[in-house]
Design a binder for this molecule. Structure first.
Ligand code: ATP
Length: 267
């Protein structure tokens, strides 16, 4: 893990409205996170502090990163995505330094959303195994989350995990990652948006997205990406064989869907 490698994206134009479907997620985000940010007078009146972050959890590949980016867009904030597994370093003291560096960079770029992916990499279960420096990394993260008075102004911490039960309980205390948001596999409108996204730069016939959306219940965003890849591959193979471009059609996509098992069944 090299802390200098943590890139910060300038404020982007992505908005919650760009997130297809997932109305409950968007409503809760608006109510629990964005509305208080936007209304300092109300915050003051109701004694709500700005401290504390949000833990997004749910099966992998279901748009947590995408949603986090949209939140940054809503806040007009820069976006820094950090995978905890990249922060951890086997050299003594280096993990803590990396954690500190992440927050130092974010504070310099405030307003900034820090998106901590794979938060469970810091989990208690793993600390008992090989990573002896893990406890120190967790402690450093606690220090950064608590901050010194005013330190974290304009630093919004979002974290994500597929295994919320592995997340260190100390990280969940009030003022830390004290709010949670379940991000389930994409619903129909979300699946349609994801399919559109993955097909937009490919040669396609007019596609029956409605039908496709119906047969992909339980598919994650990653599954849908995979589905588009394999459909694309069949059309490519046909094209290569015959020497004329055969565009991707609904049949390719339906056939690919049949071959795949949704990866989120357990949720
Ligand atoms: P995770 O962080 O949960 O692993 P992700 O953020 O990498 O997931 P995917 O779910 O794999 O995202 O989606 C891949 C791409 O599909 C996103 O980058 C985005 O462009 C698009 N996408 C995903 N979900 C939606 C959605 N609800 N509406 C519109 N586009 C979406």
């Amino acid at each position: 893990g090299d802390a200098d490698a943590f890139e910060i994206e300038a404020p982007g134009g992505l908005r919650l409205a760009d997130v297809g479907g997932m109305q409950e997620v968007k409503d809760r985000l608006e109510a629990a996170f964005l509305a208080p940010m936007r209304n300092p007078e109300l915050r003051k009146l109701f004694g709500k502090s700005l401290r504390g972050g949000l833990l997004l959890y749910g099966p992998p590949g279901c748009g947590k990163t995408f949603i986090a980016r949209a939140i940054a867009g809503e806040l007009g904030a820069s976006f820094m995505s950090v995978s905890l597994s990249d922060v951890l370093d086997m050299y003594i003291g280096q993990s803590e330094k990396n954690v500190h560096e992440v927050f130092r960079s974010a504070r310099r770029k405030a307003p900034c959303v820090v998106f901590l992916d794979e938060l469970d990499a810091l989990g208690a279960k793993r600390s008992r195994s090989h990573h002896s420096g893990l406890r120190n990394a967790v402690n450093q993260l606690l220090v950064e989350l608590d901050g010194v008075e005013g330190d974290n102004e304009g630093v919004f911490v979002l974290a994500a995990t597929n295994v919320p039960w592995d997340v260190d309980i100390a990280l969940r205390r009030p003022g830390r990652l004290d709010r949670t948001l379940l991000v389930l596999p994409p619903d129909e409108p979300a699946r349609e948006a994801i399919l559109r996204y993955h097909l937009k730069d490919r040669p396609i016939e007019s596609i029956d997205l409605g039908k496709l959306v119906k047969v992909t219940d339980g598919f994650s965003g990653a599954d849908l990406a995979h589905l588009c890849d394999s459909a694309s591959e069949s059309a490519l193979m046909d094209s290569a064989r015959t020497g004329t471009v055969r565009m991707i059609n609904t049949k390719d996509l339906l056939a690919a869907a049949k071959q795949l098992r949704p990866s989120t069944e357990a949720w």
